[in-house]
Design a binder for this molecule. Structure first.
Ligand code: ADP
Length: 502
C-alpha cells in the first residue's frame, strides 16, 4: 500500500502539469499537496505553498471574474475549468489554465479538491495578438468602407451634375443605372430604363447593327467607341442627333466589365454648323459675282489707259488690280471650303509633268518674293496623273506659309523625291515652328495658332484645303515642327491609284 502511494507520488511529480490537492475540511481550503511542476510553474517552493489558499497566486490582481467561478465551484462542490491570470513569485504574469475537481467521500461530502494547472501564457499571447490584429483589420475595413462610401457619394454627385447623359450597362448590355440628365433628355423614368436591355429602350433607337457590332466586338478589346452618331426619331423628344462615346469602366479592379456610355445631344450644334456653312457658301458666291465684274473693269481700264495719264494714276490702277486679285484668291479659298463641306469639289485628273509644275510654281512665287530665297532640289515624276491646278495650289499654299511664318529667316527649301511608289514633296522653313499639340489642329478649318493671329494675316483655311486636296489624290500631308526650330510640311502622292479611291 505504501509502495503504491510512493509510486503515485512519483508519477505526479513527473507530470508537466502543476498538480495540487486542497483540503476542503479545513478552514480556508488550504493546499496540502503540490507536485514539482507546480513549484516550477509558480516559482515558489513547497514550504511556501503548503498550507496556503490558492489565492496567493493572484497577488493583487483580484478583480478577475474567473475567481467567482472558482469560488462558486468550491461552494457547490462542482468541477470547473478557468483561464486565470496568476503571478510567479518574482511577479511575472502567467496565464494558468486551471482545472479543478472535487474529491468526495462515500456520503458525497466534498473533502478535497484536486487542481491541475497548465501555463498557457504563450497560447494566450498568440490569441491576444490575433485579437489585436483582428481589431486593427476591422478598424481599417471600417475606415476603408467609410472612404469608399465618401468617394461613391462624391462620384455620384459628379455623375448627376454633368451635362451629358450617362448610362452604365452590365456585360449583357442591361442598363444598371442612368443619371438625371439622361432621364431629363429622353423624358423617361428610371423604371422605364433601369434593368432593360439597351437595345430595347424607347422605340429601339439604340438597336443599330453597327453600334451593336462596336459595343460587342470592339469594346471587349478595350478600345473605346468614340463619336458614334445616331440620328433617330426618339419617342417623346422627336428627331435628334446624338453623339455616343462608350468606354469599359474599371474602378480599382472593380466593376470590370461594365460599360459607360456618354450621350450628347448635338442636334443644335450641328444645325448651327450647317447654317454657318450655308452662310459661308452663300456669302462667298454673292461676293464672287460682283468681284468678277470689278476684276473685268479693272482689266478693261488697264487696256484702255490713255497714254498721257499720270504715273500716280497708273500706280493706283496697278495696286487696285493687285488687291482685287488678292480678294479674288480669298474668296476662291472660301468657296473651296464650302465646296469641300458639301462634297462638291471636282477633280480634273490628267497626266502632267509633276516636277515641271512644281518647279514653275516655285519660280512664280520666287519672282514675287524679295525677302526669301526658295531653293528647290530633287525629282519626283515627269508623268503623274492628278489635278494639276489643285497640286499647284497645295505647293503655293505651303510656300506662302513658309515665307509668311519665317519673317526672320531668308531661305525656304523645297525637296522633291520618289519614295517607293510615291512622290514626296517637302517644304522646309526656318521660322517660328509649331507646338506639337497644334500639329493636328492646324489642318482643321479656321484654326490658327493663337499667338500669331494678330501678327500675320490669314483665315486659317489654307492647310485645310491642302489636306483635302492631297487626300482626294490618295496621299497624306503632315508636318514636323518644333517651336523656334522651323517647320517641314511634307506630302506624299501614290503614283498608281486604286480606282476605288476617291
Ligand atoms: P493661315 O495661314 O491663313 O492662318 P493655314 O491653314 O494655311 O491658314 O495655316 C493654319 C495655321 O497653321 C496658321 O495660322 C499658322 O498658325 C500655322 N502654320 C501654317 N504654316 C506654318 C509654318 N510654315 N510655320 C509656322 N506655322 C504655320
Amino acid at each position: 500500500m505504501k509502495q503504491d502511494l510512493s509510486l503515485l507520488i512519483q508519477a505526479l511529480d513527473s507530470s508537466i502539469s502543476g498538480i495540487i490537492l486542497t483540503d476542503n475540511q479545513q478552514p480556508d481550503n488550504p493546499i496540502i499537496y503540490c507536485n514539482r511542476a507546480f513549484e516550477h510553474i509558480t516559482g515558489y517552493n513547497r514550504q511556501e505553498i503548503i498550507g496556503h489558499n490558492c489565492r496567493f497566486l493572484q497577488k493583487e490582481d483580484r478583480n478577475q471574474k474567473e475567481r467567482q467561478i472558482l469560488r462558486k465551484a468550491v461552494e457547490e462542490g462542482n468541477e470547473c475549468v478557468v483561464e486565470i491570470r496568476n503571478y510567479q513569485k518574482n511577479g511575472t504574469l502567467f496565464w494558468n489554465e486551471l482545472y479543478m475537481s472535487p474529491i468526495k467521500d462515500e456520503d458525497g461530502n466534498v473533502c478535497y479538491f484536486i487542481g491541475v494547472q497548465n501555463d498557457i501564457t504563450r497560447r494566450k499571447k498568440a490569441e491576444q495578438e490575433l485579437l489585436h490584429q483582428q481589431e486593427i483589420m476591422e478598424s481599417q475595413i471600417r475606415e476603408r468602407t467609410k472612404s469608399l462610401r465618401e468617394s461613391e457619394d462624391y462620384l455620384s454627385s459628379i455623375v448627376q451634375t454633368v451635362r451629358e447623359s450617362l448610362v452604365v450597362l452590365n456585360p449583357d448590355f442591361k442598363v444598371l443605372s442612368v443619371n438625371d440628365h439622361f432621364l431629363k433628355t429622353f423624358k423617361v423614368t428610371k423604371e422605364e430604363t433601369e434593368g432593360k436591355l439597351l437595345y430595347e429602350l424607347g422605340n429601339g433607337q439604340w438597336n443599330i447593327p453597327k453600334l451593336k457590332e462596336l459595343l460587342e466586338n470592339i469594346l471587349p478589346t478595350n478600345n473605346p467607341v468614340e463619336e458614334f452618331e445616331v440620328e433617330h426619331d426618339f419617342p417623346h423628344i422627336g428627331k435628334k442627333l446624338m453623339l455616343l462615346n462608350a468606354h469599359r469602366v474599371e474602378l480599382e479592379g472593380q466593376y470590370k466589365d461594365r460599360i459607360l456610355i456618354a450621350i450628347e445631344d448635338i442636334t443644335d450644334r450641328r444645325e448651327i454648323e450647317r447654317r454657318k456653312d450655308d452662310f459661308l457658301s452663300i456669302a462667298s458666291h454673292e461676293l464672287k459675282t460682283p468681284l468678277t465684274t470689278i476684276k473685268g473693269y479693272v482689266q478693261m481700264m488697264q487696256r484702255l489707259l490713255p497714254e498721257n495719264v499720270s504715273e500716280k494714276f497708273k500706280d493706283i490702277l496697278k495696286k487696285t488690280g493687285l488687291y482685287v486679285e488678292r480678294l479674288n484668291t480669298l474668296i476662291a479659298e472660301l468657296l473651296d471650303v464650302s465646296r469641300i463641306q458639301t462634297g462638291n469639289i471636282e477633280l480634273h485628273t490628267e497626266p502632267f509633268d509633276f516636277d515641271k509644275a512644281v518647279y514653275e510654281a516655285v519660280e512664280n512665287i520666287q519672282s514675287a518674293t524679295k525677302t526669301h530665297q526658295i531653293i528647290i532640289r530633287g525629282k519626283g515624276s515627269n508623268n503623274y496623273s492628278g489635278d494639276e491646278s489643285h497640286i499647284v495650289q497645295v505647293v503655293n499654299n505651303l510656300l506662302s506659309n513658309a515665307i509668311k511664318y519665317s519673317p526672320e529667316s531668308g531661305e525656304v527649301d523645297v525637296y522633291l523625291s520618289r519614295v517607293s511608289n510615291f512622290i514626296k514633296v517637302s517644304v522646309k522653313d526656318s521660322g517660328m515652328g509649331i507646338k506639337v499639340e497644334d500639329h493636328k489642329k492646324i489642318f482643321d478649318r479656321f484654326y490658327r495658332v493663337g499667338e500669331i493671329q494678330q501678327r500675320f494675316p490669314g483665315m486659317g483655311i489654307g492647310l485645310y484645303v491642302c489636306d483635302q486636296i492631297i487626300k482626294n489624290h490618295g496621299g497624306t500631308l503632315w508636318v514636323e515642327s518644333e517651336p523656334g526650330q522651323g517647320s517641314t510640311f511634307s506630302f506624299t502622292l501614290p503614283l498608281e491609284r486604286n480606282p476605288n479611291d476617291k
